[in-house]
Write a protein that binds this ligand. Sequence first.
Ligand code: AP5
Ligand code: MG
Length: 211
Amino acid sequence: MFGPPGSGKGTYASRLSVKLSLPHISTGDLVRDEVKNQTNMGKHINEFLVQGKLVPDTLICQLLQKRISQPDCANGFILDGFPRTIPQAQELEKISTTDLVINLDVPDEVIVERLSTRLICRNCAAVYNERTLKPRKEGRCDRCDGELYKREDDRPQVILERLEVYRKQTHPLLKHYQAKNLVRTVSNRQADVPPERIVEGIIQLIHNEAA
Ligand code: AP5
Ligand code: MG
């Protein structure tokens, strides 16, 4: 799942994961776990996270490699937010193949609106939204009853920085995958199209490829 911050990578990948029985791997969640567990790497990584900058390639590749060597990844996996640079894409090519790149195209104004109203479960990292995807019980996760919180990098200034980083460092990577004819773009120009509808569209795309 490829796209700017707040484009829905996590929201759709978590639903696809259930429908396709494949693990959902968010490198954002992997780095936030390191920070939560206060590992040495986590302390170092947090400096990048809070500023909205990319974590260095070597660290992120290390975390990814460790995760995809787990047995549940043997039959494939859905990557959310990886790769974000050419060196990361090259590293991925050494350890796995890429079947499809789902490029989420969402306008900046929708992104800013979504991120400033996003809520995350502190326990299982499920994603909600105060306006469009409310939890059943205020402040608690539907799945595990964990506490919902706002990510530190969802402050307006950091959102703008993340958008800029995406434009400069990550968006150019699309050309790399376009040259391999792997990119399929899914546009969502409105803030309130139900995620299930977008997920159905992505599954259709995947089936078309397999046919
Ligand atoms: P990461 O956690 O991946 O953040 P991001 O890329 O900025 O993307 P987000 O998680 O903010 O957005 P999303 O696209 O998942 O959208 P979501 O589904 O939540 O990375 C964080 C940081 O980690 C980076 O800044 C970097 O420092 C580091 N990092 C991670 N990977 C790295 C890498 N490969 N290299 C280097 N550094 C890396 O949706 C957003 C909101 O919209 C939610 O509230 C959701 O409920 C709502 N929403 C979504 N779709 C819909 C819909 N259809 N209708 C209504 N509401 C919707
Ligand atoms: Mg995410």
